[in-house]
Ligand binder design. Structure first.
Ligand code: IVH
Length: 667
């Protein structure tokens, strides 16, 4: 009965996932989807006997891979020969005609996705394993991470073969990449520059739940063991199994019988590639017939029946009018090139990031220079070179400003860091405004009735200089300001008042301490339990917390040693903010596991893995992903892997049950 219910839920979730991610045609709301998922999660937790490594609940991640196993590919993952011109395409076609002794050849043209290659195996229609390309002969097993990618089926649809291996490309859509960077900036971290490298780094993250949050995509371009007659058929068939494959309908996959057809395809995407919602770096031309592919064969490195045509990164020349320094919420300074507006890859470019002082020096950029601007794999254009011949004889080397352009405070650059910082966090306007905007934002204190614009106007009206001033605003201060009628004033005041009820971990995140994002704030809150303990924590105590590295520790120590921040925290106490964990959490907390490194493994009955992790942290312990001599004990549920058992035995590490853990904590 329960088993059937679980299976039905899995089927429903797979079906709705497919409609959402492959058909872009959802039938139920996100809310209803989440309800179904939650129900399945609960049932699976209660009934570990019906666990399934390919359940849709695995999409949210949570499995940790300490080190990735290297696995040999059944069939090597080759690369592709490149071409850059019409002549080279002609040579490729001539070679094929010659090999086949015929010019009756069909080609398929498709997009060359700019991501990371992946090989995914299925057995009996179920996801079995995903490997990176590695050196082509062997790659890394990144299955836990790949399973979180929603456009990859965990269970195949339709009539599928017993064994299947597909290959494709994992990548970020432009929208997801921008979203990720917005979050990086909101957390006070440097944004990523390049979607391809970030996709590659994401696949190698140890914590699959972070991979799940990043929203990677996957396009499949080949079926390794196709039994059909053509590549075209093979790929279209894959779509029926539930993979995201290129479509003929929008000209992303096309049968071409002549050089003209191929060149038309190349030119079309040369013009339209920046309209795509993701990055491509060229197109791929393949012989369509699988029989002809076999006849033509491969070299050691690449098939001879396929070639890629690479687009040059689009480049234009323009004048560098000025370099302005932008100051972010954390005081990090970014130099930005102000360019003479120029058309590049379909958009007018006026600005380009120059990253830091070293970048400017390496290029020897000078105001007035004629510079090359390029749009390649990156979404944001880059200045890549100076046209030295066009340089005017009276140009002078650029000297990096010594003062903050916003508040005239001397800029600082720490040893080993590339960025300059403005350290005047108390009154440098973009820092003050940025921090307040972070504070009120939806993911942080979520203050109703206050938006980014409100913060700017209140700051300009000199009503607020720091987020704490929001808590002193009165009806009379606000009424009559632009856009502030009775209803909106009341809403704002209520929103501010309500925000005092946010939990400690959110308040900690809201302070905007550099490198203390949502996850770090949660870890700190659970470990130190209240603000006083955190403020008084020594360097050793902070370093002792799992997943808190040196850079974060320095930033925390620096933050709390500042008298302004100490005064701020006192004021927050007076106002009644939650500066300690909730009573419920406190009742579960102790120092019983102080300093112990604990591994949890297997499937549990009374608690979810997250609950167990939280319990361990609340009681002073550290969660660790792998067993070592230092492991205090292992909390094992059902289905703990045999290799873990062996390792525990060898090292003499004690294994206890979840009930034992609870008993231990209640003693
Ligand atoms: S076919 C035997 N088709 O490009 C090689 N590859 O430069 C089969 N790539 O490692 C590759 N889009 O990761 C093929 N439509 C596409 C592709 C594609 C991107 C990547 C692939 C490969 C690299 C080779």
């Amino acid at each position: 009965m329960i088993k059937e219910e679980i299976e039905k839920l899995r089927e429903q979730l797979n079906h709705h996932n497919h409609l959402y991610y492959l058909e872009s045609n959802p039938e139920i709301s996100d809310f209803d989807f989440d309800q179904l998922l939650k129900k399945l999660q609960e049932l699976e937790e209660k009934h570990p006997e019906f666990a399934d490594p390919n359940s849709p609940t695995k999409r949210v991640g949570g499995d940790i891979t300490k080190s990735f196993n290297t696995v040999k590919h059944d069939i090597p993952m080759q690369s592709l020969g490149n071409s850059y011109s019409e002549e080279e395409i002609q040579e490729f076609i001539n070679r094929i005609y010659k090999e086949l002794e015929s010019d009756q050849v069909e080609f398929v043209c498709e997009l060359k996705y700019d991501g990371v290659a992946i090989a995914i195996k299925y057995d009996g229609g179920k996801f079995l394993q995903a490997l990176t390309r590695g050196n082509g002969i062997q790659g890394d097993d990144v299955s836990n991470n790949v399973k979180t990618i929603k456009s990859i089926p965990l269970k195949l649809r339709g009539v599928y073969p017993e064994k299947l291996e597909v290959r494709g490309e994992i990548m970020f859509s432009n929208a997801q990449f921008e979203k990720l960077n917005e979050e990086m900036i909101a957390n006070g971290d440097q944004p990523y520059a390049n979607p391809r490298n970030t996709a590659s780094g994401t696949l190698k993250l140890q914590d699959s739940s972070i991979v799940a949050q990043r929203g990677l995509d996957c396009f499949i371009y080949s079926n390794v063991n196709s039994k059909g007659t053509s590549h075209y058929e093979a790929v279209t068939g894959l779509n029926e199994f539930g993979f995201l494959t290129p479509s003929v309908k929008n000209n992303r996959f096309k049968i071409c019988s002549s050089k003209k057809d191929i060149m038309d395809f190349i030119h079309y995407w040369g013009e339209h590639r920046f309209d795509l919602p993701f990055a491509i770096d060229g197109i791929v031309i393949k012989v369509n017939s699988l029989e002809q592919q076999r006849l033509i064969g491969s070299t050691a490195k690449a098939p001879k029946w396929a070639i890629s045509f690479k687009y040059q990164a689009e480049q234009v020349e323009t004048t560098l009018n000025e370099i302005v320094l932008q100051v972010g919420r954390t005081g990090a300074v970014t130099p930005v090139a102000q360019l003479e507006p120029v058309l590049l890859a379909g958009t007018v470019v006026k600005r380009a990031s120059l990253f830091n002082e070293d970048y400017i020096q390496k290029l020897d950029l000078r105001i007035g220079d004629t510079v090359q601007v390029e749009k390649g794999g990156e979404i944001i254009p880059k200045v890549t070179a100076v046209n030295m011949e066009a340089r005017s004889s009276d140009s002078v080397p650029y000297t990096y400003p010594e003062l903050c352009p916003e508040c005239n405070t001397p800029l600082e650059r720490k040893e080993g860091e590339a960025n300059h910082y403005c350290v005047n966090e108390v009154s440098c306007p973009p820092q003050v405004i940025g921090r307040m905007q972070h504070f009120i934002s939806r993911k942080v204190m979520d203050i109703q009735g206050v938006g980014d614009e409100t913060i700017v106007s209140l700051f300009e009206a000199e009503l607020i200089k720091a987020f704490i001033d929001l808590y002193g605003l009165t009806y009379d201060d606000l009424i009559g300001l632009e856009g502030m009628a009775d209803v909106s004033v009341k809403k704002l005041l209520q929103g501010v008042e309500d925000s005092k009820n946010k939990p400690f971990q959110t308040v900690l995140f809201a302070l905007g301490i550099r490198h203390v994002g949502e996850v770090v704030a949660k870890t700190l809150a659970r470990n130190f339990k209240n603000m006083d303990a955190l403020m008084n924590a020594s360097e050793e105590e902070l370093i002792g917390v799992n997943e808190i590295g040196k850079v974060i520790v320095q930033s925390i120590l620096e933050y709390f040693s500042n008298p302004h921040h100490q005064a701020l925290i006192s004021r927050m106490k007076e106002l009644g903010f939650h500066l300690e964990i909730s009573e419920e959490e406190a009742s579960q907390s102790s120092q019983k596991l102080q300093g112990m490194s604990i591994v949890i493994s297997g499937v549990f009955v009374d608690h979810s893995r997250d609950e167990l992790k939280k319990l361990i942290e609340l009681n002073g312990g550290k969660n660790s992903g792998s067993i070592s001599k230092k492991t205090a004990f292992i909390v094992a549920g059902d289905k703990m892997g045999p290799s873990k058992f062996e390792k525990a035995e060898k090292l003499g590490v004690k294994i206890i049950s979840e009930q034992d853990l609870v008993k231990l904590l209640n003693e």
